[in-house]
Structures are given as C-alpha cells and as structure tokens.
Design a binder for this molecule. Structure first.
Ligand code: SIN
Length: 274
C-alpha cells in the first residue's frame, strides 16, 4: 500500500490496495493516514454495495442521512446523483456534512459509479492548515467561541434551496436539527486544532451580535477559501473518496450540465465534540 500526500493542506492518494481485502495492519495504517490528512482517495476499486457497507462499518456504525434518496434495497447508502436534465447538483457549495447534528458524522465515504467525460471534480479544504495559518490575534479571538449549526434552510420543506432543487430531498418535515459546536475544534482523535464552521450549515456565532457574527464568519470563510488550503479531486469511475467531516470542507463542482454523474455515499457516525 502506498500513501502519498495530495496537497500540503488536505488529502492523500492511496494506491496498491484492495478495500475488500484489507488486513488489520493495513486498516490501522489507513486510520492514521485518514486522521493525519483529513481525506483519502483510492483509485480502481471494484465495490458492490455490500462491499461499500462492510468497508464503512470497519470505521464505525453507519449514520443514515435523513434526506438523500437511498439506493434501492440499501437504506444505508445515499445516492449522490445528477441527471443530464437537472440543473442543480448535491453539495454544490462549500460545506461539511452533518455539522447540524449534536454528534456530527465522523466522515463520508463516496464511491464513483458514473462520471461525466469532463468536469464534476470535488474540491476539498483542510481545516487544520487553515487554522494554523491564522494570526495569533485571530486565534485568541476565536478561543472559546461557539457556533450554531442547522439544516432547515437546506433540507426543510419550505426552504428556497429545496424549491430550487425541485423537491429532490425527502423527509423534509424532519429537517429540524440544530446544534452548537466550538469554532476551534480539537479533533476528537488527534487533539489537533482546526476551524469548525462552514457556509452550508453554520447559522451564527453564539453570544455576539448578528452583525459581528456575520462579519467574523465572512472573514473566516474568505480565509478558508484561499486555494493554498485546497485540493481538487478529479474523479474516475471506481474511485472512492473518504473525508473527515470534523477537519475538512468539500464542494462538488457543477460544471457538467447535460451529463450524468452518479456516486454512492455512506456516512459514518462520529463522537461528541467538545
Ligand atoms: C457531497 O457533498 O457529499 C457530494 C460530493 C460530491 O458529489 O463530490
């Protein structure tokens, strides 16, 4: 097995490995690499839905997404699908999955089945690198602050997003989750500090006035959106990507209108954040 850093801020490519035949030692290596790099990318995997589930369950229990359409016969697997006649894609903006949950999902495991001839890349951003690059004053200002996250504006039945999305999310009446998490998160596995706010689901910073909250979030987002914190993944069919939701953002580019893009996603349960 060969693990090579994909960029200085986030991600590593893993080659010469078959995810259906990992021994204990290899899994241990992957686990360390996952928490070190925040995302791992594997080419040339040949996975059935059962293989995908077995691999996910080696990490932790599956955290079933409430809103995505599941694969028929496999409620644990969510379809990340855009048809040629659809305009909006899933995940087409910077976000991290499930930050609106009290116990946010540890990670997401996405397996590519159908990729457009060009386009449809996914951007990743590294939250540890972004935090490290902040100056001392900003680090001191953020220490102890918390942010509120929610999902009604995305998955709720009356949300503008859901309307534009053509009602493709299900279960919209249960989009009521809200949670408060630290802005500077000590990673639950490694203790490394990273930023834990995202434009998709963070609503506001707790305990400061609205304008100040908007300004500070905008400042942090502009900082994280600098390309030196990013890696751009060009998909191939049979590729599997997995990312740590506590230490990365991702953004699925929507630049392949008229073509089908289809991946299967499993979300793996996390632990409480402090
Ligand atoms: C997602 O946000 O989970 C989808 C990512 C992708 O389709 O690349």
């Amino acid at each position: 097995m060969e693990i090579v850093k994909a960029s200085n801020a986030v991600g590593a490519m893993v080659d010469q490995v078959d995810l259906t035949a990992l021994d204990k030692g290899q899994f241990g290596q992957l686990r360390s690499a996952f928490f070190e790099h925040g995302a791992l990318f594997f080419r040339d995997q040949n996975l059935t839905p059962e293989d995908h589930i077995i691999f996910a369950e080696r990490w932790n229990d599956i955290d079933i997404n409430r809103f995505f359409t599941p694969v028929e016969g496999y409620p644990q697997i969510a379809k990340v699908l855009k048809e040629p006649d659809q305009q909006m894609n899933i995940g087409g903006g910077w976000h991290t999955d499930h930050s609106y949950d009290e116990i946010p999902a540890m990670g997401s495991i996405l397996y590519a089945l159908e990729i457009p001839p060009s386009g449809g890349d996914t951007l990743f951003a590294g939250m540890h690198a972004a935090y490290d690059a902040l100056d001392g004053d900003m680090k001191a200002r953020l220490e102890g602050l918390q942010a509120r996250h929610g999902n009604a504006h995305i998955f709720g039945k009356d949300s503008e997003y859901q309307k534009k999305f053509g009602g493709r999310f299900g279960n919209t009446e249960s989009a009521v989750q809200e949670a408060v998490h630290p802005i500077v998160l000590k990673h639950p596995e490694t203790g490394t500090k990273g930023l834990y706010v995202n434009p998709g689901f963070t609503l506001n910073i707790v305990g400061i006035d609205d304008n100040e909250s908007k300004e500070l979030l905008a400042q942090l987002y502009a900082h994280i959106m600098q390309p030196e914190f990013h890696f751009r993944l060009q998909w191939e069919e049979g590729m599997l990507a997995m990312w740590d939701n506590r230490s990365t953002w991702h953004y699925a580019l929507n630049d392949y209108h008229g073509h089908r893009r289809y991946l299967n996603r499993i979300t793996v349960a996390g632990v409480p954040l402090h």
